[in-house]
Write a protein that binds this ligand. Structure first.
Ligand SMILES: C[S@@+](CC[C@H](N)C(=O)[O-])C[C@H]1O[C@@H](n2cnc3c(N)ncnc32)[C@H](O)[C@@H]1O
Length: 413
């Protein structure tokens, strides 16, 4: 996962002295000094980034690779100003400055992280493009606007939930700026901890068959509602689930009117039947229509959550085009193409994915091959694709009834 490890040395490296318990990793175009991961393993032998003196998670390289591709595309390779308020080793920001037109502020509250950030800035010779701060994230973001700084990108990449940082992020971001947000608290979002989901995200969840998509929709809904209270619409242009975390990119549209329109159309609930996996979106403005309605024995109402599209197809296509156009400079990012192509297939299918293995259980039939089911849906004129959320998930615009009927037809054949 790490591109390479250059090994330990206690000699001087680019004027940055390396302790013998440190190492330099190479990720993208950045060289990053970190405490040697080999020395910070748990008793079971697994490297746990939060056990190390400074946070560096090699598994998040994929998230950072996508972040670089998104920024190059969104800012069209031009110069822009970013803040990374929770930065750990600084790897993400240093990559923004080496691989995109980013100049910015890289901040961490932890003095040890701040020490590493400063050394990593020097190691990569980006002192003229990156400034290190040692502040509390909300304090820093809240002070930015009063200092007259225009921030084009804020990348919020905390431990767990990003909700404590949303208000100050929305306050600090420029008009039409880009906000990138990570959530790693998948337990609450995937409804393993129902009370924590409600406490953090103010949404009632349920262990539905499309639980990973529900988690993303709850996260988006909660962030978008918070931003709306500042008269800002955060429009999701790309969002996904990967390797036990959620990631979402929004454009910040500073308009109460646009926020009103989006809330009316795209904030709502899901009416769900645990007996037969039936699902239906209900806009919040229409909630009265289902009060008292009983459509099945084990009926639940989930939300509030985002019931709109999880991204903008044209934007994903633009990222793919950027990767192609700049194939020389972005060669190290080409591995994200497959993931983005899959995302592009499903991004304009708004119905939550169907876990077809569970549907087959419910219909008491053997599972047809996934590709056969997808091509049958397509033959009948529907959009259909495998879902990035779950290998057993099918994304299709076929209604619940149509999906069941097509599955049953495969049993007959
Ligand atoms: C998940 S790590 C960041 C990883 C980094 N963004 C990356 O891509 O490698 C979260 C970091 O946030 C810092 N942190 C936690 N609470 C903070 C706060 N309130 N203000 C600033 N930094 C904070 C921690 O010290 C930690 O280094």
């Amino acid at each position: 996962m790490i591109d390479s490890i250059r090994g330990n040395s206690n000699s001087m490296n680019n004027n940055v002295g390396l302790y013998d318990w440190e190492t330099i990793i190479i990720e993208g175009k950045a060289k990053i000094i970190i405490p040697n991961p080999e020395l910070f393993k748990r008793p079971d032998g697994v490297y746990e980034p939060s056990w190390a003196p400074v946070f560096y998670n090699p598994r998040m390289k994929f998230s950072r690779d996508i972040a670089v591709a998104v920024s190059v595309t969104y800012f069209d390779d031009k110069e822009y100003f970013y803040i990374e308020p929770l930065a750990g080793s600084g790897v993400r920001s240093i990559r923004y400055s080496l691989e995109t037109g980013g100049r910015g502020i890289v901040n961490d509250l932890d003095p040890i992280a701040y020490y590493y950030i400063k050394r990593n800035i020097r190691l990569n010779n980006v002192e003229d493009r990156v400034e290190a701060y040692n502040s509390e994230a909300n304090t820093l973001l809240s002070s930015i606007r009063t200092n007259g700084i225009v921030v084009d990108l804020i990348d919020v990449d905390p431990y767990g939930s990003p909700i404590p940082f949303i208000d100050s992020t929305v306050y600090a971001i420029a008009k039409n700026g880009l906000i990138a947000i990570t959530a790693t608290d998948t337990g609450p979002l995937n409804c393993s901890y129902e009370e924590a989901c409600y406490r953090r995200y103010h949404a009632k969840c349920y262990k539905v068959d499309f639980v990973k998509e529900m988690g993303l929709r709850i996260l988006l809904g909660s962030i978008i509602l918070r931003a709306a209270s500042h008269d800002v619409l955060l429009l999701p242009i790309l969002s996904y689930y990967h390797d036990y975390y959620y990631r979402a990119y929004f454009i910040s549209i500073k308009s109460a009117n646009e926020a009103n329109k989006a809330l009316k159309k795209n904030i709502g609930y899901i009416l769900y039947c645990a007996d037969n996996y039936y699902r239906e979106y209900v806009p919040a403005t229409n909630i009265e229509s289902i009060i008292g309605e009983k459509i099945c024995e084990r009926q639940v109402v989930i939300g509030p959550l985002w019931i709109g599209l999880l991204g903008v197809k044209e934007f994903i296509e633009k990222i793919l085009l950027t990767l192609e156009k700049k194939s020389e400079g972005l060669k190290h990012l080409l591995h994200i193409k497959k993931f983005l192509l899959n995302l592009n297939q499903e991004i304009d299918i708004n119905t939550p994915y169907y876990r077809y293995d569970l549907f087959c259980g419910y219909l008491k039939m053997n599972m047809p091959p996934r590709d056969k089911l997808i091509s049958e849906l397509k033959n009948r004129g529907f959009k259909a694709t495998k879902s990035h959320f779950d290998p057993r998930g099918i994304k299709t615009n076929a209604s619940y009834e149509e999906f069941i009927s097509i599955l049953k037809s495969l049993r007959k054949s």
